[in-house]
Design a protein around this ligand. Structure first.
Ligand SMILES: C[S@@+](CC[C@H](N)C(=O)[O-])C[C@H]1O[C@@H](n2cnc3c(N)ncnc32)[C@H](O)[C@@H]1O
Length: 224
C-alpha cells in the first residue's frame, strides 16, 4: 500500500471519512515506536470502555473470538478462560508485549499473530465474535477492515467495534477535524465519521451504545 493512500479507495465516489491521509506503513511505524509505552499511555485512560464492552458482549464458554488489533494484549486476561481467543496485529513489537503477557498470566486460551486486518488469511465464517477495540480509527482504511471482520465472522455471529468517532456536536466536530492530522502521529485519527463509515462498510448495527468516561466512545454491535 502507498504511504498516503486514501480512505475511500473502496468506492470511488464515496465521501471521505476523515481529513487524514496516511498509509499502513506509517501507522505500523507509529505503533512499533509506542509499543514500550502503550500500556502506560493508552492503558488506564481507555480501560473503562474495554471492561464495559466485554461485559456487554457476554462471551460464553466455547466462543471463538478474533480480536483485531490486539496490540499488547491488554484485553486478553479479561476474556473468560473457557473462550478461545485469537489476536492479530500489524506491529511485531506490540505483539511481543502480548506474548509476554500470555506467558506471564498463563493465558493458554489465547494466541496472537502478525497479520494486516485489511488482508486476513482466515477463511470466511471462521469466528463467533470478531471484535476490534480502539482500532477502526487507527487504520487508514476502516471500511476495508470492517469488511474483512464481517467476512470472517460466522453467520449469526457478532462483529463488535469499540471506537471514538467524530462528535455530532458542531464545535467538537470542528476541533476533532482540526486536530486529526496531528493525532495520527500518536496513533489515531480524531475525526472518523460514524454514519459514513457504517454506510460504506455496509454495516447495519443491532445496537450503538455510548461507553467510557466521558461517554464519547461508541460500542457498535452487528449480527451477521
Ligand atoms: C490503539 S491500539 C489498540 C490495542 C488494543 N486493542 C487495546 O484495546 O488497547 C491499535 C492497534 O491496532 C494495530 N494496527 C494498526 N493497523 C493495523 C492493521 N492494518 N492490521 C492489524 N492491526 C493494526 C496497531 O499496531 C495497534 O496495536
Amino acid at each position: 500500500m502507498s504511504l498516503f493512500e486514501q480512505q475511500t479507495q473502496h468506492s470511488g465516489n464515496a465521501k471521505a471519512l476523515s481529513v487524514t491521509h496516511y498509509g499502513t506503513e506509517f501507522m505500523h511505524m507509529v505503533y512499533q515506536n509506542i509499543a514500550k509505552v502503550y500500556d502506560y499511555t493508552y492503558g488506564p485512560t481507555l480501560h473503562p470502555g474495554r471492561i464495559e464492552a466485554l461485559e456487554k458482549m457476554r462471551i460464553r464458554p466455547g466462543t471463538h473470538v478474533l480480536e483485531v488489533g490486539v496490540g499488547t494484549g491488554i484485553n486478553l486476561g479479561m476474556y473468560p478462560r473457557a473462550a478461545r481467543i485469537t489476536g492479530i496485529d500489524l506491529s511485531s513489537r506490540m505483539l511481543q508485549k502480548a506474548n509476554q503477557r500470555i506467558a506471564d498470566k498463563g493465558l493458554t486460551n489465547c494466541d496472537v499473530m502478525e497479520m494486516d486486518a485489511t488482508k486476513m488469511t482466515f477463511a470466511d465464517d471462521s469466528f463467533d465474535v470478531v471484535y476490534a477495540p480502539y482500532v477502526i480509527s487507527v487504520v487508514p482504511n476502516p471500511v476495508a477492515v470492517a469488511r474483512e471482520m464481517y467476512r470472517v465472522c460466522r453467520p449469526g455471529g457478532r462483529v463488535v467495534i469499540l471506537n471514538h468517532f467524530k462528535s455530532a456536536n458542531p464545535l467538537m466536530s470542528k476541533i476533532e477535524t482540526a486536530i486529526s492530522p496531528m493525532t495520527v502521529h500518536i496513533g489515531f485519527k480524531a475525526d472518523l465519521d460514524l454514519p459514513g463509515f457504517l454506510e460504506q462498510a455496509g454495516l447495519s448495527p443491532v445496537s450503538l451504545e455510548k461507553v467510557n468516561v466521558p461517554k464519547i466512545w461508541t460500542l457498535i454491535t452487528v449480527v451477521k
